[in-house]
Structure formats: C-alpha cells, structure tokens
Write a protein that binds this ligand. Structure first.
Ligand SMILES: C[S@@+](CC[C@H](N)C(=O)[O-])C[C@H]1O[C@@H](n2cnc3c(N)ncnc32)[C@H](O)[C@@H]1O
Length: 360
C-alpha cells in the first residue's frame, strides 16, 4: 500500500504476495506533476498503462478515460477507486475508438515496445490534431527505440531532465500517418498465427512453448482442457489438432492476447476468457491444464503469481486430472509444485527448459 499525493491510498491488488513491490513509481509521479504544473488544462484526458490506477485516481476530478489492457489492471483500478470513494471514470480497450478524441495524454511507457507502438497508434487515431502526449519512464529503462517510435507519430519530441531517476518525453505536433492494423504474423508447424502488437513473443513462437508442444502428454480422453495464460492461443490450437472434440478454454490476463487468440482458434467447443484468475471456473472442471506460465511483469520477476495460479489449477482439476507446464530451468518450480500436487514428474528437460506433469 502507498499513500499518493492528496492522501489517496493506492494498492496493487494483484496475485503477488511480495509486499515490497510498489503500486506506482517516480515515473508515475513525474507524469502527474507534469500535468499539474502545465498551463494546458485538458478537456479530454486519456491515460495509458496506468498499471494499478494511481494516475486515474489522482486525476479523478478531470474524468479521464483510462485505456485498459489487462483484467488485473481493471480490477485494481475498480478497487482503488472504491477504496478512495471516487467516481469510476470511463475506460476503453486499446482497439476500440474513444467516444471523445483526447487533447492530452499521459502514458507510462510499457516494457514492450510493440505495445508502446500500439498505444501510440491508438493515440494517433483517437486524439485532436493539437494533442499533447507526455510519456513517463524510469531513466534506466530508456531506449532510443522510444524516440524512434515517437518520431513516427509526432514532429516534436522533447525530453525532460531527470527527477528521482525518472524522465518524461513530451510529444506534440502530430503527424498524418497511415493507419496500421497492429497485427504480426508468425508461422509454426505450417500454420500462420496472428497476434496484436504487445502480445507475448512477437517475432516467433516462444522457444519454451515450442519445447512444451514437443513433449506435452495428451490423451484422446482429455475432454475438458484449459490453456492457462494462453497468449496468442498457439498451445490450445496445436492441442485442438490432436484432440478435435475436446472442449478448450483459453484464459489470459491480457485483452490483446485474448483478442489474438480469437484470430487463431474459434469453434463451438472453444471458449475465450479475459481474466487473471480461475475464480470463475468450478472446482474439478478440467481433465488437463496446460501452461507456459507468466513470471515477468513489466520489469519485475515474481514467481508468487504463477504459484498462486498453480494452487488454483489444483482446485480446478478433476481428481484424475493433471497440470502440465513448461518453465525456464532456473525458476526451480519443483519444490513449490510438490507442496501443492501429490505427484510431480519431469516429462522432458534440456539446458534451458523443463516440462512438468503434476497429478492431483
Ligand atoms: C509466457 S506467456 C505464454 C503465452 C502463450 N501461452 C505462449 O506460449 O506463447 C505468459 C502469458 O501469461 C499472461 N498472464 C500474465 N498474468 C496472468 C494471469 N494472472 N492470469 C492469466 N494470464 C496471465 C500474459 O498476458 C502472457 O500472455
């Protein structure tokens, strides 16, 4: 928990149990101060990548529109708005048009530059001609790619001085650019996969995922299957080729991942879930849960989140069911998995990756 300016109480409200992680950074504070010190008072403020709602809550009086990319972000925002007795201001996803074009934008620069580009593309299509965009980031995360992408959309790109190891870049004088469709195409196993910019592993299907698909253990009797943290849906899609009649559920915290999954796998027995927990599934629902679980969250590494998800997997598996997952070897999940599951087997391992099968 952290007290923000104006004595707001902002919490992360995520699955992490690490109390040392902060709900906002000096870069968020710099963005807020830049707007508060500006002579320009926005009529239509848009906020991008406000992970736990710090900026949206702090600027509640301006009724900002917050662009939401993750279900966990939406949940944290709602809880922080409620805890601080604020009004819930409008939200939008990054693929839908805004009701009113923005004339001022605050954006925390995401770690993924392809997500950053998708955000700027959304700004380009949903802002006034004289919009001002302020980007905030920690100085150690600076890359010239930020400038290159920004210069594609704006004539004026001005960097600030550093304050508390954070910086801002102000963009103005918007260029006329051709609308992009914001989708990458990847090929795997003779199939083309599409995914929106900002979805995990944009250049090729992740090598851990490829290793997993080579070693996954499937039974034709697996009837109800969950692809947890499904990304572009490649794991579910490859499984559906082998067990076409199975009911497949894909779940991901990222809106863009779920929308990408819908481009790659559809059908009467395919269900897409935009969520960050398994709370909506009944206990003992699945024969099989498969996952290449998340452990990077922006610049943080936190294995507490996958461990919480593994506990939920245990609850949602049928008594005869199993969880199969791939992990980077250094993460050492074995001890944690063994404290949750009766039996943890290694299906395959090489120098980089390990595939586990966990039975109830
Ligand atoms: C390592 S990627 C795997 C993606 C895909 N399955 C693949 O193999 O290419 C992890 C995924 O976890 C998602 N994620 C992060 N936190 C999550 C959560 N709490 N619940 C569900 N998905 C989550 C991310 O959005 C990302 O798509």
């Amino acid at each position: 928990m952290e007290k923000a300016q104006q004595e707001l109480i902002i919490k992360r409200h995520d699955l992490s149990t690490d109390q040392s992680l902060r709900p906002f950074s000096a870069a968020d504070e710099y963005l807020l101060n830049t707007l508060n010190d500006s002579n320009q008072k926005p009529n239509a403020l848009a906020i991008y990548h406000d992970r736990f709602g710090f900026l949206t809550c702090s600027l509640n009086a301006l009724n900002p529109t917050t662009i939401i990319t993750n279900k966990s972000q939406l949940k944290a925002l709602g809880l922080n708005v409620e805890a601080n007795h604020l009004n819930l201001s409008p939200t939008s996803d990054p693929l839908s048009p805004l009701a009113i074009p923005s004339d001022f934008v605050l954006m925390k620069v995401p770690k993924s530059f392809s997500l950053f580009q998708l955000y700027l593309e959304h700004v380009a299509q949903n802002s006034t001609k004289d919009v001002t965009v302020v980007l905030g980031f920690m100085t150690r995360h600076f890359s010239t790619q930020i400038l290159e992408i920004a210069q594609h959309y704006f004539e004026n790109v001005e960097q600030s001085r550093a304050v508390k190891k954070a910086r801002t870049i102000t963009l103005s004088n918007k260029k006329e650019v051709t609308k992009a469709n914001c989708v990458d195409e990847l090929t795997y196993n003779n199939q083309s996969y599409q995914q929106y910019w900002g979805v995990f592993s944009s250049k090729h299907i992740d090598y851990a995922t490829q290793y997993f698909l080579e070693h996954i253990e499937l039974k034709t009797t697996d009837d109800s299957i969950l692809d947890l943290a499904s990304g572009n849906g490649v794991i579910a899609s490859e499984i559906s080729k082998k067990i076409p009649n199975a009911t497949l559920h894909l779940l991901d915290d990222s809106f863009l991942a779920i929308e990408s999954g819908k481009l790659n796998i559809t059908g009467a027995n395919i269900h897409h879930h935009y969520d960050n927990t398994l709370a909506d599934f009944k206990s003992e629902s699945f024969d099989l849960i498969v996952t290449n679980p998340p452990f990077h969250f922006e610049y943080e590494i936190d294995i507490q989140i996958p461990i919480q998800l593994f506990k939920e997997c245990f609850r949602c598996l049928k008594p005869s069911g199993n969880l199969q997952l791939v992990a980077n070897k250094h993460l050492n999940y074995k001890t944690h998995l063994s404290s949750i599951f009766r039996l943890v087997e290694v299906l395959a391992e090489n120098d980089s990756f390990i595939v586990y099968k966990c039975s109830k």
